[in-house]
Design a protein around this ligand. Sequence first.
Ligand SMILES: C[S@@+](CC[C@H](N)C(=O)[O-])C[C@H]1O[C@@H](n2cnc3c(N)ncnc32)[C@H](O)[C@@H]1O
Length: 224
Amino acid sequence: MNIQLPDGLRVAEEPEGLTLTNGELSVRGDFTRLKRRIREENLSRELIVRAAKFRDKNIPLTAFDATAGLGEDSFLLAAAGYDVVLYEYNQVIYALLEDCIKRAAADPDLKGAAERMHLICGDSIAAMDKGIHDVSLIILDPMFPERRKSALVKKKFQLLQMLETPCADETKLLSSALAAGARRVIVKRPAKGLPLAGKTPSWTISGSGIRYDCYPVSNMNEES
Ligand SMILES: C[S@@+](CC[C@H](N)C(=O)[O-])C[C@H]1O[C@@H](n2cnc3c(N)ncnc32)[C@H](O)[C@@H]1O
């Protein structure tokens, strides 16, 4: 792989999978650690699965993840039956995620979900601005500035944050998502963080550290 990386960082092909490392710490995509969470008895309690639930059972389980990262949110949705298109514009993070999905597809416990994940390297704002009318749900999880500073961020994820840049235009990201043609937009935020672009959600699914803000688009009376 021939991609420019910040000084001190490199991507290595380890036996466990494609790995971003600085020689001391390393990070790779890994869905195996989500196996317990995707068990039938646990999955419906996942915050993102609850945020993605539609009352109307005729709504297709199709989602668009505009900020894929290492794909964990999308993997949980895919495990819940969603077909997910994922956009990631950072080429290194894209390569880590592509490798992670490939490994998951070879694991019988993860295969079904992995096969429902369709990864694209590119800018999701451009894709949303063209209109994506065949998806029910859009997920946004742009890096928030406070996450970069947080002491709670595991050290190894700080490596990833050396590649990511905080969202430059939150208002544009959210307005593109709301106009793209999906029924609902879900935004992941820190539990006590401000809503994205200052826009109050219609409802929220909250956990101890994070929450999902929900914005219905086509039917303003819709509830989770
Ligand atoms: C905080 S991470 C997402 C983590 C993800 N929700 C997960 O569960 O692993 C945000 C990611 O979105 C990507 N990103 C931000 N804006 C984007 C855009 N407009 N198009 C594509 N990728 C974008 C960043 O490069 C970064 O990898």
